[in-house]
Write a protein that binds this ligand. Structure first.
Ligand SMILES: [Zn+2]
Length: 115
């Protein structure tokens, strides 16, 4: 039996992928992040992690109002940001998957193999 909790959070940030996409101008996204965390020890009360604590932690690591090209030392593609956030969250919670939406239509997911 496995439980997963899912927490959504968001942040607004700007980036530019000029090296990857020719002549792309600086622009912003209202990112939506969805984090899937495995709960292996749901106690008698019926839970393991407090949604609010996970959300608070997420807020503390999300690059709110940053220019991502300067904030990260890698190209701030959806894929790279998702992978970065995955391992940041993994330091504290048993995350199994992250989904990062750049807008209503485009998202990417990252998960480790065999997790
Ligand atoms: Zn973009």
């Amino acid at each position: 039996m496995s439980f997963y909790i899912i927490i959504r959070s968001n942040f607004s940030a700007a980036h530019r992928l000029k090296e990857l996409m020719n002549d792309e101008e600086i622009h912003g996204h209202n990112y939506l992040v969805e984090v899937f965390i495995k709960e292996e020890k749901v106690d008698k009360k019926g839970y393991q992690f407090d949604f609010r604590e996970v959300e608070k932690f997420l807020k503390s690591i999300l690059p709110e109002h940053k220019f991502l090209n300067e904030f990260f030392d890698f190209a701030p593609t959806c894929e790279n940001i998702a992978k970065y956030l995955f391992y940041k969250i993994k330091e504290k919670y048993p995350i199994v998957k992250i989904r990062l939406w750049e807008n209503e239509k485009y998202a990417c997911e990252y998960e480790e193999k065999n997790s």
